[in-house]
Design a binder for this molecule. Structure first.
Ligand code: ASP
Length: 320
């Protein structure tokens, strides 16, 4: 098991071996989470603080459960609607919390780069739970675990990522991870929602969804990130659904056994047909949620091992 990282700030800092270590350990936590008694003591005695400066349902619940199942003392600060701003205030908050000796800080922030900045100011492990349109590393890891379990591998697959690529940290982290694991990536969406220089990222870019879906093993849908849009990026939601909403007719262009993913929250009837999203023969959306808890447990366990090694403390975690 190789995992050198001190923080998990982005997939860009992890190498394929470290990614594999997270996925392998996650499998053990998937098993644990399916038992009636779900406790481990990998984080026993440690303190985890979750700071969410932006709204969250799945990610926040998932990190909180993960920490509790690993035996940490978990505190969640919901600051989404406070007047906290980036810059000095964020750092002040970080320094205040740092003085309380947390071992792990989980941070979501609307500004890209804010979590990296914070990590430089504290002396505990920091996990990025999504920073602006930059990265959402645990989402990409849980997506990779979901794909690996459904397809039996996480290499040499054709993965179509569709929709609002430009504003999506999920797309960005997935692009980096899937690229590192040598997959073929297609980006599908209107030019207004495609990041500048998309064609130089080593992936195919398609404006026509049917064309882009041809032969795909995995179809990853994205939410329209209206909170990050400062103008008219699409003519109307109705028109968008017509061209880029995933339904059975468009999915028929992908491989017969292609899986459908969505990080949530979903806008049914905007980026995906509601019935398709619920079709357990094609959609792995609920699996993604399940894998999310296991992946976060694995990440925290690995970070805790490194933290203990650094501090010379005695290991109490699950050894693999
Ligand atoms: N939940 C994901 C995120 O925080 C995706 C989304 O919000 O659309 O980035």
């Amino acid at each position: 098991m190789t995992f050198r990282a001190r923080h998990i700030l982005g997939i860009e800092h992890l190498d394929p071996e470290e990614i594999r270590s997270v996925l392998d350990l996650s499998e053990k936590y998937v098993e644990l989470n399916r038992r009636t008694v779900k406790h481990s003591d990998a984080l026993a005695g440690m303190t985890q603080i979750n700071m969410f400066f932006e709204a969250s349902t799945r990610t926040q619940a998932s990190f909180e459960l993960a920490g509790k199942r690993l035996g940490a003392d978990v505190m969640t600060m919901s600051v989404a609607h406070s007047s906290v701003k980036k810059g000095e205030t964020l750092i002040d908050t970080a320094l205040t919390l740092n003085a309380m000796h947390p071992d792990l800080l989980v941070v979501r922030h609307p500004a890209s780069g804010a979590v990296d900045l914070l990590a430089q100011k504290v002396n505990c492990a920091v996990m990025n739970a999504g920073d602006g349109r930059h990265e959402h590393p645990t989402q990409a890891l849980l997506d990779a675990l979901t794909i690996r379990r459904a397809k039996g591998r996480i290499q040499r697959l054709t993965v179509a990522i569709c929709g609002d690529i430009a504003h999506s940290r999920v797309a960005r982290s997935n692009l980096i991870l899937l690229g590192k694991m040598e997959n073929r990536i297609r980006l599908i969406g209107p030019p207004t929602l495609m990041p500048a220089g998309a064609a130089d990222l080593g992936c195919e870019v398609h404006e026509d969804m049917r064309e882009g879906l041809k032969g795909a093993d995995v179809v990853m849908m994205l939410r329209l990130q209206k909170e990050r849009m400062d103008g008219g990026f699409i003519p109307s939601e109705r028109e968008y659904y017509h061209r880029y909403g995933l339904d059975a007719e468009k999915l028929a262009f992908a491989k017969e056994d292609a899986i459908v993913m969505h990080p949530g929250p979903m806008n049914r009837g905007v980026e995906i047909d509601g019935e398709l999203a619920d079709d357990i023969n094609r959609s792995v959306i609920q699996d993604q949620v399940e894998m999310g808890v296991a992946v976060r447990m694995a990440c925290m366990d690995l970070l805790a091992r490194n933290l203990r090694a650094e501090r010379g403390a005695k290991a109490v975690g699950v050894m693999v």
